[in-house]
Ligand binder design. Structure first.
Ligand code: ATP
Ligand code: ZN
Length: 283
């Protein structure tokens, strides 16, 4: 049995649970429960505050965990990282009141900065050669300047709308973060085998997320050009259609370059294009 710690309720919770479910691991979840056991995989899930996850994994209370890199590095536990998971992307940034004149980081010398990430901020300021007073608070950092608690803040930003609505402007990016899978460094052989199985499934899910399955019909004389536009896993599948001189072509495309490819293959003569999500992808 492998024990996985995830955030009980917050910005990491839903995506963490979805990832586990997409790996085909079933469990009954309840917001009232502190732990739950999977019915079809040797996994137990512990629901914790995100800040506690690195410590619990380091101590072996949990075997593995999902946590933001911002919390991991703040706690000095980045050595536990197994791999990045690609969700909960955000950044830790410095922000000042929008009325403050700001030219460079040197403008923060001697200032009072409120943050929940004193270690990350301290390291960044040191690297930049800035001396400031760090005021550690545990939440609602963005209101610190307006209540006179600090002259600047260092906080998590994703769209920046919270900063704007608090009369602040983002001036420096301190750290880029996303969710990471972490593991205790002394897992037993048995637990390591379960982790390997879990990673195999996570990779299949992640690979599939970035790809789409594409089907299209085309006149045979367009096939060469369309094939050259569709880099597929090995080579595309081409099947003759009932209508003479036409074929159906199946392939896999990257979600990122998908729109560009679609336009090009349409121009090359493709018709009846279907694009389908892929659930799992094992190569
Ligand atoms: P807890 O009660 O568990 O301590 P919290 O309030 O500290 O929760 P959340 O706000 O739920 O934490 O954020 C959890 C993690 O999600 C953060 O540490 C960060 O990695 C990421 N995160 C925070 N804000 C955002 C955002 N706006 N967009 C994407 N990811 C974010
Ligand atoms: Zn927290």
């Amino acid at each position: 049995m492998l024990r996985l710690a995830i955030q009980k309720s917050g910005r990491l919770s839903e995506d963490s649970l979805n990832l586990i479910r997409e790996c085909g691991i079933s469990f009954v979840s309840s917001s009232l429960k502190l732990k739950t056991e999977s019915t079809n995989f040797p996994l137990e899930i512990l629901y914790l505050r995100d800040d506690d996850i690195p410590g619990y994994v380091a101590d072996g209370v949990a075997d593995i965990g999902i946590v933001g890199e911002n919390v991991l590095v703040e706690e000095g536990k980045q050595s536990l990282t197994v791999e990045k998971l690609g969700f909960s992307k955000c950044r830790l940034s410095l922000a000042v009141p929008k009325t403050m004149e700001y030219n460079s980081i040197q403008d923060l010398n001697g200032k009072n900065i409120a943050t929940s990430y004193p270690n990350l901020l301290k390291a960044y300021l040191q690297e930049q050669g800035v001396e400031a007073d760090i005021h550690t608070i545990s939440g609602s950092v963005e209101i610190a300047p307006s209540i006179g608690l600090a002259e600047a803040i260092c906080d998590i930003v994703s769209s920046g709308s919270t900063l704007i609505s608090n009369g602040l402007k983002e001036v420096e990016r301190v750290f880029k973060s996303e969710a990471a899978l972490i593991a205790n460094e002394e897992l037993s052989e048995e637990k390591r085998e379960i982790l390997e199985k879990l990673l195999f499934r996570i990779h299949a899910v992640q690979r599939a997320r970035k790809k789409k399955y594409i089907l299209l019909n085309a006149p045979n004389e367009s096939l060469d050009e369309i094939r050259s536009l569709l880099p597929s896993i090995k080579s595309p599948t081409i099947l003759p259609l009932a209508e003479d001189g036409w074929s159906s072509l199946h392939s896999v495309v990257n979600e990122d370059d998908f729109w560009e490819i679609i336009e090009k293959i349409k121009a090359a003569g493709a018709q009846g294009i279907l694009v389908i999500p892929i659930e799992k992808m094992i190569i």
